[in-house]
Ligand binder design. Structure first.
Ligand code: AMP
Length: 423
């Protein structure tokens, strides 16, 4: 038997309704905040991610699926969406029509991470990105939108972690302070962090190795090094969050795994999923559009991890089954022509209908109707058609009614409304 590749997973029918519910909730909410959908390829030039995410990040150093697209060109299965959205904003000149763009996209991402519960090599994200707005109000509004989204999904036990990563004016001083702090801890750092401590010391702050976490206990915090503008921005974000009643925790170690962030960085964590507790994260990336050869435009965005979120929504609330409203037990070949036609007509009317073509006995068909949780069974044999006495059996109350052949679809529709099955 050929099996799934390690780190990949199937999303089965008993989960997909939940996934769709999450996506529909996001789309409806995001649209009311002015977002429009953008759909992008799942492969891009490797260079796009190397330049945006940063050469010295976990993602670019060891997690990308990169292969030859042609002799000259390396291509990569996208490990995240922001870089692609920025690429499109620049290439399609979306800024020329209207610099302020609010875009969302939903789809799979690929990272060759060590697979474990809640961490996959293909996982799904809902991304939202805003271009062209520098105001701290948009930072707060995005976090408010995320918070509202989780509220709509009835998720509790969440915390918002908030930090500021400064800007090119103030970050270098912080980096230098962090580097010299790390120099005194070299012997406790993992070999990746030793390598990064000079060039990219921020990465050490979110290294998952426990000894590194311990070593950075007293490391300096970016927020103590913010320039006046960044400090003002950060304060305004916090005030606006308070104004909207969003609880948050200041988290100086939160740097997020990508290099392009500036100023506001945030993460939403849950207390209900064990080790993989981050269900959304994002931040401002005011330099990225310019860095990728676009115009100077500020930007901010976030990504929600759909796999983890679906697990959370389903915890204790398995999704409702899409059981048939009507199961047609077609008895004998002779009734097949009619039952086939009726089953099509019922489905066209929006009635969830299942018909069994196997020609098995009534007993066997009733067994299957039970197994698939059919609400009602329409029992049809040649005799029943001749007598115009087709029986509709309610599988819960066991009540039976006789259904007229003429106007059958309407009769069944009405009957289903009495069962509160909305058709
Ligand atoms: P990131 O793009 O790393 O900021 O991730 C944003 C969100 O995507 C995280 O908060 C997770 O919920 C989710 N996520 C990231 N990596 C994975 C993964 N390997 N498997 C499942 N979900 C992931």
């Amino acid at each position: 038997m050929i099996q799934l590749i390690r780190g990949f997973k199937d999303i089965l029918p008993d989960e997909t309704e939940t996934w769709r519910h999450i996506e529909d909730t996001a789309i409806a909410l995001f649209q009311s905040f002015g977002f429009k959908e953008i759909r992008l390829p799942i492969v891009e030039k490797a260079e796009l991610f190397q330049r945006s995410i940063g050469e010295l990040t976990d993602i670019v150093e060891k997690e990308m699926y990169t292969f030859a697209g042609s002799k000259e060109e390396l291509i990569t299965l996208r490990p995240e969406a922001t870089a692609s959205v920025v690429r499109s904003y620049i290439q399609q000149k979306l800024y020329a029509k209207e610099p302020i763009q609010k875009l969302y996209t939903i789809g799979p991402m690929f990272r060759r991470e060590r697979p474990q519960k809640g961490r996959y090599r293909q996982f799904y994200q809902i991304n939202a990105e805003v271009f062209g707005i520098a105001s701290p109000y948009i930072d707060a509004q995005l976090i408010f939108m995320l918070w509202t989204f989780f509220e709509r999904l009835k998720i509790s036990g969440l915390t918002v972690q908030l930090n500021s990563l400064g800007c090119p004016a103030c970050r270098p001083t912080f980096k230098a302070a962090l580097s010299s702090f790390l120099a005194s801890k070299t012997e406790s750092l993992c070999k990746d962090c030793v390598r990064r401590q000079d060039k990219n010391p921020l990465r050490v702050l979110d290294c998952k190795v426990p000894s590194c976490q311990e070593a950075i206990g007293d490391a300096p915090s970016m927020t103590d090094y913010l320039c006046e503008d960044c400090a003002g921005h950060f304060n305004s974000v916090q005030s606006a969050l308070k104004q909207q009643g969003i609880p948050f925790e200041l988290t100086p170690r939160l740097v997020r795994g990508l290099d392009y962030y500036t100023r506001t960085a945030f993460e939403i964590q849950t207390n209900a999923l064990g080790a993989q507790n981050a269900i959304a994260g994002g931040g401002r990336y005011d330099m990225l559009v310019k860095m990728l050869d676009g115009p100077e435009q500020p930007a901010i965005g976030f990504a929600i991890g759909l796999d983890r979120l679906a697990a959370l929504v389903m915890q204790g609330h398995p999704q409702e089954e899409l059981a048939p409203d009507i199961f047609i037990a077609a008895l004998g070949e002779e009734s097949r022509e009619k039952t086939f036609e009726w089953s099509c007509a019922l489905s066209v009317e929006g009635i969830r209908t299942e018909i069994d073509f196997s020609g098995k006995s009534l007993k066997a068909l009733m067994k299957r109707a039970n197994r698939i949780n059919a609400a009602n069974v329409l029992i049809v044999g040649t005799q029943e058609i001749e007598d115009s006495a087709i029986v509709l059996r309610n599988m819960v109350t066991k009540e039976q009614v006789t259904v007229p052949i003429e106007g059958m679809v309407n009769y069944i529709k009405k009957y289903l409304t009495t069962q509160n099955r909305v058709v």
